[in-house]
Design a protein around this ligand. Structure first.
Ligand code: MSP
Length: 531
């Protein structure tokens, strides 16, 4: 039986159109899912929407809609976007679905009965857009530490979760599971700033708004967003429902992907909720950094937002994904610049990879009329080192993929691409072709076999990142050995190579100035947009 691998993304707030930052979380998750599947896992990816809360209520009423109408429209749009991004999710949960709402009420009841939840009064600095209370010390210059906006002093009767009770247990958990949160730097920060100084009890209900799941025995209280939101990861699997077979199969989560802004909720409250419910804690939480655009943090009011559709429509899905995954460092933030994008597109995609495929197919068509037998090959002095390099890079790519270092993984794949391009320059196939010497003809066979084999290996490893591109390479080279393990095979001795006759380039070079201007305008075009 296949080993399971349960991956989750955050459920997104459908308060407005999703920008490229949100898309990145989803792309990262999709890459993980595809890779794990390729490695033989029963990989299961959950995504969805976090549809309750005051912010949704406000946005809906501003648009003259009921909250339900608003979230229904947003859910439809999100599913369309995920389709456009070819996200291979297995389940899409909406927190307004009965399968979630009913169970959240039961979870609340259970925690109340156990004494983990108690009634109290909350007073604090409240950030409306973030729907979060902050203590005086958490504020930055008197403003919200997360979004920088104004906060308001608020007080209300609320239910609280007794987090303090779990302080020691959580610390012990962190000691025993040093890899629970990645990257290490973010874990250390969370531990030193929020766990060690003492965890505060968490307010888990609100009476100040209506759009949420009501506490069963006290319906003037709406279950506050984090208890509602975080539990999606288990309600989607059927926790406390009639059919909890998925929960039995997939829980605990193997990888929960989030952005760094919600690490506190996933690194403190989530494991504590799970402890209280008697469920095992997730194996890993990976918190990626933030994307900003050129002149600072993305925001509609600043007018520097990019939406995923805009990139995909103009440059294609694979180029968009490649850029994000290649440029986003594992443990830092990323800045998108038009220059950088065009550079990567032209350099890595059109020149390095695109040309390698084109040259290889062009040469096989020209020198061998599209077909050759590898058995007729004779090694050149450059062959052995190219083969060794490729196999070494497969190993390194795999290690990086296993460690979620996707940018490094792509770098390793491109080292094979570059080495292959250099190999063409070194072996000079056009001279071998013109030579009268029979041995040179045999060497030419070997050179083509090496290029095809390298492209095959590259395409195998590109599958999780750029599935369409990988498939184009497979089909143009007529390759059917696509499984991950066969990337470790380097077959240059046997078999017939048969390539396509007419091929379209994988990526067409962009006109540098024109595209930079286009992207500049696209970013500026976000100015004043209300959606
Ligand atoms: N609803 C909560 C999550 C609840 S999970 C139980 C939420 N939603 S969100 O829509 O605001 O954010 C969703 C994800 O997008 C988060 O992981 C967040 O970190 C990520 N990003 C939002 N802006 C981003 C960037 N500018 N860059 C990268 N990721 C960003 O939080």
């Amino acid at each position: 039986m296949k080993e399971k691998f349960y991956i989750t993304t955050p459920i997104y707030y459908p308060s407005g159109k999703f920008h490229i930052g949100t898309a990145y979380t989803e792309i990262f998750a999709d890459t993980t899912k595809r890779y794990k599947k390729l490695r033989g896992y029963d990989a299961y990816l959950l995504t969805g929407l976090d549809e309750h809360g005051q912010k949704i209520e406000t946005v809906a009423s501003n648009n003259g809609k009921t909250p339900q109408e608003h979230v229904d429209e947003m859910a439809k749009a999100t599913i369309e976007l995920w389709k456009k991004m070819d996200i291979q999710y297995d389940d899409f949960i909406r927190t307004t679905e009965p399968r979630h709402e009913k169970i959240v009420q039961e979870i609340f009841d259970k925690l109340l009965k156990q004494g983990d939840i108690y009634m109290g009064e909350y007073e604090g600095w409240y950030c409306l857009p973030c729907e979060t209370y902050f203590t005086e010390t958490q504020l930055v210059d008197g403003k919200c530490p997360d979004c920088g906006r104004e906060v308001t002093r608020m007080k209300e009767e609320s239910y609280f979760f007794n987090m303090k009770k779990y302080q020691k247990k959580l610390e012990e958990f962190y000691e025993k599971n040093p890899d629970f949160i990645e990257p290490e730097s973010r874990k250390t920060e969370l531990f030193n700033n929020f766990i060690k100084p003492g965890i505060e009890d968490l307010c888990v209900s609100r009476t100040s708004f209506d759009w949420g799941i009501k506490v069963k025995g006290n319906p003037k209280h709406v279950i506050y967003v984090w208890l509602d939101a975080l539990t999606n990861y288990i309600t989607a699997l059927g926790y406390l429902s009639e059919d909890d077979s998925k929960l039995k199969k997939y829980w605990p989560a193997d990888l929960q992907i989030i952005g760094k802004d919600i690490i506190r909720f996933h690194g403190i409250y989530w494991p504590i909720f799970l402890m209280a419910l008697g469920l095992p804690i997730s194996k890993k939480i990976y918190a990626h950094g933030f994307i900003s655009i050129k002149n600072g943090k993305m925001s509609k009011s600043k007018g520097n937002v990019i939406y995923p559709e805009q990139m995909i429509d103009r440059y294609g899905l694979d180029a968009t994904k490649y850029y994000l995954l290649r440029e986003f460092p594992y443990d830092r933030d990323m800045t998108i610049t038009p220059e950088n994008f065009v550079n990567r597109y032209n350099g890595d995609l059109a020149n390095d990879l695109g040309n390698l495929l084109n040259r290889t197919i062009g040469m096989i068509n020209k020198y061998f009329n599209g077909e050759l037998d590898k058995a007729n090959g004779m090694r050149t002095e450059f062959d052995e080192s190219l083969k060794e390099l490729a196999l070494q890079k497969v190993k390194e790519t795999e290690e990086n993929l296993d460690n979620l270092h996707y940018s490094d993984a792509l770098e390793k794949i491109w080292e094979i691409v570059s080495a292959s391009n250099k190999y063409i320059d070194d072996t000079k196939p056009w001279i071998l072709f013109k030579s009268e010497n029979n041995q040179d003809k045999q060497k030419l066979v070997s050179v083509m076999a090496h290029l095809v084999e390298n492209l095959r290996i590259v395409a195998i490893m590109l599958q999780p990142f750029m599935n369409e591109t990988a498939n184009k390479i497979f089909s143009q080279l007529n390759i059917d050995k696509k499984d991950w393990n066969s990337a470790y095979e380097f077959n240059i001795d046997e078999g017939i190579i048969r390539v396509a006759k007419d091929v379209e380039p994988l990526f067409t070079r962009l006109e540098v100035d024109k595209e930079i201007e286009y992207l500049e305008n696209l970013i500026k075009g976000a100015q004043g947009k209300k959606d």
